[in-house]
Design a binder for this molecule. Structure first.
Ligand code: ME8
Length: 523
């Protein structure tokens, strides 16, 4: 997929809002971290960012979970929502807003959208009977069922003749197809786009958008006593309610950010985002977001992660065992964004030990300790002319930002990290070949030059690693004596921000501890 974002101006990025029926797991950590990498990247590029996350708190699934716990739904969602907020803090996610669908403003916003759709004649009252999956919060047609279950494997129940409001989704089949055609990068990756196209081409039925058989939801305007809104209609609207919709006046977040939005979702909920949400927006005459990116699914040792299998991975445990940056790094580096991935502790430990501890950590450590010991505790001053090898390495480092930016413009986060990993490989190869330790006595000026070159390469690597491993990247930048106000991507261009010869450096310290093998055995 190519970029649809113009690379300039305000930028909105969103995670799905997570259901509060249970505590957060690795999938939630994954999507949130991916969005955080992109948000941080954009901010470091100088763009104004509105990064949104939050919790989806209505619907039958949440109501049932609350009932099981024996607490009123509001109390239940208040408690569980906190776990999601805390996970974001733990992972150092820099969301600008955390929306809850039980927020008063959000509810008003959804009710407003509803009224607009009524005015425009896209909502009518009828009766619904059909299959519903509480787990998926989704209606299915008979023909979609597989062995009496939802295509996702979830149980379905028969909803017998419930009075319901409907959204005229069928009216949007052609309009959606035209839109996908005219905007080939609206849905990414391509394989997922094809699935959406096939689904829409298969025919769209009007969508039941209200329920009467339970009560935990946003009341339908004009029919408050009987009807609550379908949870997906409520939830999807968060992307604009968080920006202040229906207030769209100049100066509002809505005016500034919408529709410069990238919605990142798991492949499980692409249909809601790529079909229903654009149809609601078209019906309301509102602009559509720039892109929907659907990422893949994590499994554990080859199996679906689920409570019943007892193989749920708690991101809080990962952070405790391996560290925040290590967890972020692994999740981003392990699988191509868009593909499925399999989690195992062993792979995680190996990846952290290899790419972070051995390759990046050692490169920093050996370079900086040589500088500290042999160059008067300062960035080398007495540097000679650059050789072809020096120039080649420095050129590779100067091109790094462009390559990384290209990757991010396609949400290719793994590619982004791989660029950095490979840059470090190249630098390690260079240091081994130049062997500055052997030059200490014979040619100190050449030694100083080699060390200087590596420090400059490390500066590029550390600045560009900030979105992925923010804490460690900033420690690296401290060790490299890069001033705190010279860490944005603008400082990767031009000579004035290069590592300054003579700048004092402090005693280097290890950044990435190796995870010991005993832990590997336990895992
Ligand atoms: O669907 N691998 O909420 P949800 C990768 N409330 N990602 C995973 C994952 C896994 N095994 N499991 C979950 C909802 N995710 C709705 C969204 S948005 C308007 C409403 C991630 O709590 C992935 O991003 O079930 C997936 O789309 C999301 O969590 C589903 O979270």
């Amino acid at each position: 997929a190519t970029s649809v974002d113009d690379g300039k101006g305000p930028f909105q990025i969103t995670t799905p809002i997570y259901y509060v029926n249970d505590k957060p797991h690795i999938g939630h950590a994954y999507t949130s971290t991916a969005c955080d990498v992109i948000a941080r990247f954009m901010r470091l590029s100088g763009r104004e960012v509105f990064f949104l996350s939050g919790t989806d708190e209505h619907g039958q699934k949440v109501e049932q979970s609350a009932a099981k716990k024996g607490v009123p739904p509001q109390q239940f969602v208040d408690e569980v929502s906190v776990n999601f907020r805390e996970l974001l803090d733990l992972l150092q996610i820099t969301n600008d807003k955390f929306i809850r669908t039980t927020d008063v403003d959000h509810k008003k916003s959804v009710q407003h959208l509803w009224k607009v759709l009524v005015e425009k004649d896209f909502i009518y009252k009828g009766t619904y009977s059909g299959w519903y999956s509480v787990r998926d919060e989704c209606f299915y047609t008979e023909s979609e069922l597989v062995d009496g279950k939802a295509p996702t494997g979830a149980e379905v129940e028969w909803v017998a003749k419930e009075e319901s409001y409907f959204f005229k989704l069928s009216a949007f089949q052609e309009k959606l197809l035209e839109y996908y055609e005219a905007n080939p990068d609206f849905i990414a990756p391509q394989s997922r786009r094809n699935e959406v196209l096939a689904f829409v081409k298969g025919g769209l039925k009007d969508l039941s958008i209200s329920r009467t058989s339970f009560s935990w939801g946003v009341p339908v305007p004009g029919d408050e006593e009987e009807h609550i809104m379908y949870v997906w209609m409520d939830a999807l609207t968060n992307y604009i309610s968080a920006l202040g919709y229906p207030n769209t006046a100049d100066g509002t977040d809505y005016a500034k950010f919408w529709p410069a939005a990238l919605h990142v979702v798991g492949k499980d909920i692409l249909r809601f985002h790529a079909v229903y949400w654009p149809a609601f927006l078209m019906a309301a005459d509102l602009p559509l977001p720039k892109r929907i990116f659907a990422h893949g699914w994590w499994t554990k040792d080859g199996e679906k992660i689920s409570k019943s299998l007892g193989n749920v991975i708690d991101p809080v445990d990962l952070v405790e065992k391996y560290g925040v940056d290590q967890t972020r790094f692994f999740l981003m580096a392990e699988v191509a964004f868009g593909n499925d991935g399999d989690f195992s502790d062993k792979t995680m430990i190996l990846k952290i030990n290899n790419n972070l501890a051995n390759e990046l950590g050692n490169l920093c450590q050996r370079t900086l300790s040589m500088v500290f010991k042999n160059c008067d505790k300062a960035v080398p001053k007495e540097i000679g002319p650059f050789t072809a090898e020096d120039e080649a390495l420095l050129d590779a480092a100067s091109g790094l930002y462009g390559r990384c930016a290209d990757a991010i413009s396609e949400q290719a986060i793994q590619k982004y990290v791989t660029e950095l990993i490979e840059m470090v490989w190249t630098a390690n190869k260079y240091i081994d070949e130049m062997a500055p330790w052997a030059l200490r006595k014979t040619d100190p000026e050449r030694m100083a030059t080699v060390l200087y070159v590596i420090m400059e390469v490390l500066r590029h690597v550390a600045i560009l690693y900030q979105p992925v491993i923010p804490g460690s990247a900033n420690i690296m930048l401290d060790l490299l004596a890069v001033p705190a106000d010279q860490r944005s991507f603008a400082c990767l261009e031009g000579d004035e921000y290069k590592i300054q010869p003579g700048a004092a450096i402090c005693q280097p310290k290890g950044i990435f501890p190796r995870i010991e093998v005993s832990e590997l055995v336990e895992a």
